[in-house]
Design a protein around this ligand. Structure first.
Ligand code: NAP
Length: 321
């Protein structure tokens, strides 16, 4: 299957790129990837995306974006891109269902994934009490006691969401002050279900077939202690999903794709947008803005290519009869 624009990733950046590319009659194809809708689709309530006075659920926001992009002719494919061949034009994309796609331009919006704690028990007890998605799993912790790790917006936002279900929420943070926005801090400090453990990290997650507790380490005293809990939700930031591009694109020291300020990567015809590029703002609205820019750049790039091809065809000498 050939497309003028293939968009890899379906979060706010990818879906906004799709909307703009579709409205430019480019009939884009979105490869949805592992997390359809992106991380925002796993977020409980989004209160800071303009236009939604009362806020909107993260899943609904992503779903609306997808429907809006589809309305103008975006195609979607549920697969993963496993390899990109940039030695030929159009680009050739191999997918994990054994298919091959070709594309005149690529927009990479593969986003970022939750950073892991990398402590004993985390991997073994994943989905058995360890979760990275409060929206998806909060319901299973009704009446329980859980730990959230981190002091940023995600930790507080998702922690506060969990208080709808749990009896007790313990926020474990490695410092004694939070990075989260003041409005979230106020809500957390005012919530009687929430307790903070400061200057501490989770050293181990305990349990055989389900989480039964955590071992904490106080970083000031180096003392360890164990508490009984039923769940652990690490919210300690994100890592960009760029393993596919390490040999293809210029990445910075954090693994984010380097762009030139106009969403252009080091390879002409490949653009990047959203959390896979941005390690500063990382908001749905900034990702959407970058997706818009990437699609406009791709549109201009394709127009230039077409113009250059026409000029070259006109300049070709007419063969003698
Ligand atoms: P973040 O802002 O990078 O915060 C990560 C938190 O985890 C920090 O408190 C950090 O501690 C802690 N941390 C990092 N590595 C750790 C480790 N190895 N062990 C223990 N703790 C560790 O990440 P985020 O909260 O996921 O937010 C990402 C972006 O999304 C931000 O730009 C945020 O504003 C945005 N966001 C916004 C909203 C909203 O507006 N409502 C909601 C969610 C996310 P230190 O503080 O000591 O560095």
């Amino acid at each position: 299957m050939h497309s003028k624009v293939v968009i890899i990733g379906s979060g706010p950046a990818g879906l906004t790129a799709a909307l703009y590319a579709a409205r430019a009659n480019l009939e884009p194809l979105v490869v949805r990837g592992l997390q359809p809708g992106g991380l925002i689709a796993t977020t409980s309530e989004v209160e800071n995306y303009p236009g939604f006075v009362e806020g909107i659920g993260g899943f609904d926001l992503a779903d609306n974006m997808e429907k809006q992009a589809a309305r103008f002719g975006t195609q979607f494919k549920d697969t993963l891109v496993t390899k990109i061949d940039d030695s030929v034009r159009p680009f050739v994309l191999h997918t994990d269902d054994g298919d091959q796609l070709t594309a005149d331009t690529l927009i990479i919006s593969t986003g970022a994934s939750p950073r892991k704690l990398h402590v004993p028990g985390e991997e073994e007890l994943a989905n058995r009490g360890v979760s990275y998605c409060a929206t998806c799993d909060g319901f299973f912790f009704r009446g329980k006691k859980v730990v959230v790790v981190g002091g940023g917006n995600s930790a507080l936002d998702e922690g506060l969401f969990l208080t709808r279900y749990v009896d007790e929420l313990i926020i474990v943070h490695r410092r004694d002050s939070l990075r989260a926005d003041p409005v979230l801090q106020e809500r957390a400090f005012g919530n009687e279900k929430v307790r903070f453990v400061w200057d501490s990290t989770v050293d181990a997650i305990l349990g055989d077939d389900k989480v039964i507790g955590v071992r904490l380490r106080n970083l000031k005293t180096n003392e360890t202690s164990e508490i009984e809990v039923d769940g652990v939700f690490p919210y300690i930031g994100h890592l960009p999903n760029t393993s596919l591009f390490t040999d293809l694109l210029t990445l910075d020291e954090g693994g984010y794709i380097v762009t030139d300020g106009r969403q252009r990567t080091n390879i002409p015809g490949i653009f990047a947008a959203g959390d896979v590029v941005d390690h500063i703002y990382r908001q749905a609205i900034t990702a959407a803005g970058e997706g818009c820019r990437a699609a406009m750049e791709a549109t201009w790039y394709l127009a230039e290519q077409e113009h250059a091809a026409k000029k070259a065809a006109q300049a070709e000498p007419v063969m003698a009869q």
